[in-house]
Ligand binder design. Structure first.
Ligand code: TRP
Length: 393
């Protein structure tokens, strides 16, 4: 009997640098598990990495080898999964263009990731409190009109609207009421490119180019997948039914905090990398914050606020129960707790680091080139179908 067809998985990562233990605990362990059960495509999303800064290409380029080296070191197997680089498969850009006509600009402006980026940029550019106040005042100015507009429909809704207006920007209020995004040009900093707005459209092209059916992602990426599903449905309806409607596979991402207590991230300089040698691991763990209320060895600690504890929870499952008890009871001091974590991490990361070092640059490059060739064959077939559906219906 023919073997049952494996479902297609597509997932990707932007090449932002070497992988750290947060990646290992979340995405990477999951990717390795999925390789046997699914036909997996793992993408180096280099175009995506340029969407917030187009001059980063050199940096992105130099991150690619290191990232894939780490993927291989943790057990991504190029015999099982297709590891490919987005820019080596130009069909991504063509499908992105075809899809761009199926998505409205207001739909993209409502994308939560985009809104976050916007807020970040505004803050960085020093949109001051004063200016924000002005925005709030404008909301107040608009209120009578808004209320009238809403009252025509529903008194109760008007009340609710009113209470939700407090502390909102004008755009947000109008968006809530009309379902449309009002474009206050001044509120969109000039750094925001067309490409950044289209980020999730490119992501939809990534997934659907391979007819991805299952997409392992973190919860933060759900809105992007929702847009992918909308685009797939719309394409199928408008032209020809060629795309599956992909499902998310939510990746359990255990909380890993950086050594300063914030989210672990290369850009915060608080990450423990898979490539860190033992003495660096030791130094980073030693200098990590713990529960600030636990000053002396015998003070009871609060594991839930301690980055060291969260790492024990993920990488030291056998002992974590006892560690939690002893920390809360004031029996375990931070120095000993950190020493134990250092041992555990060194034991876990040493084989990964050694495996990573065993590949030459050429080895890694070859995996990417071969994988991209394989990916391109699939991509070409899909694009044939897409052009056929659009231009020769
Ligand atoms: N946007 C994803 C992230 O930042 C990366 C990505 C690009 C992706 N293309 C994808 C993820 C396709 C899943 C599927 O993490």
């Amino acid at each position: 009997m023919a073997e049952k067809r494996k479902k297609v998985i597509l997932s990707g990562m932007r090449p932002t640098g070497r992988m750290h233990i947060g990646h290992l605990a979340g995405v990477l362990t999951n990717w390795v598990k999925l390789q046997d059960e699914y036909e997996c495509y793992y993408e180096i999303a280099d175009w995506h990495a340029l969407t917030d800064d187009p001059t980063k290409a050199r940096e992105v380029n130099s991150n690619v080898l290191g990232m894939v080296r780490d993927w291989l070191a943790v057990g991504i197997d190029p015999e099982k999964a297709t590891v490919f680089r987005q820019s080596y498969v130009p069909e991504h850009t063509e499908l992105h263009l075809a899809f761009s006509m199926l998505v409205s600009v207001p739909r993209l402006l409502r994308n939560p990731t985009f809104k976050e980026k916007l807020a970040e940029l505004r803050k960085r550019k020093g949109y001051t409190k004063m200016q924000l106040k002005v925005e709030e005042l404008e909301v107040e100015k608009e209120l009578p009109q808004i209320l009238k507009f809403v009252r025509e429909e529903d008194e109760e809704k008007a009340e609710r609207m009113l209470s939700s207006v407090i502390n909102r920007t004008k755009e947000e209020v109008l968006e809530k009421i009309t379902g449309e995004v009002s474009l206050d040009e001044a509120a969109i900093p000039s750094e925001v490119s067309y490409g950044l707005l289209g980020y999730p459209v490119l992501q939809a092209a990534d997934i659907l180019l391979y007819k991805g059916e299952v997409v392992p992602i973190g919860a933060d990426q759900l809105p992007h997948l929702e847009l992918t599903r909308e685009i797939a449905r719309d394409f199928n309806r408008t032209y020809a039914p060629i795309f599956p409607i992909p499902e998310p596979l939510l990746t359990e991402t255990p909380k890993i905090l950086g050594t300063d207590g914030r989210k672990m991230s290369k850009s915060y300089n608080n990450a423990i990398f898979l490539s860190d040698p033992p003495e660096v691991i030791e130094k980073k763990v030693k200098s990590s914050i713990t529960d600030p209320m636990k000053v002396r060895r015998n003070d009871p600690g609060r594991p839930e606020v301690c980055p060291i504890f969260h790492m024990h929870r993920v990488f030291n499952r056998e002992e974590v129960g006892e560690i939690e008890r002893a920390c809360r009871a004031g029996e375990l001091g931070c120095v000993a707790c950190k020493r134990r974590l250092t041992e555990v991490l060194i034991e876990r990361l040493t084989p990964i680091r050694e495996k990573a070092q065993s590949y030459s640059d050429e080895d890694v490059l070859q995996v990417i080139v071969e994988g991209s060739k394989r990916a391109k064959e699939v991509a070409e077939r899909t694009m044939e179908e897409v052009r056929e559906a659009i231009f020769r219906p």
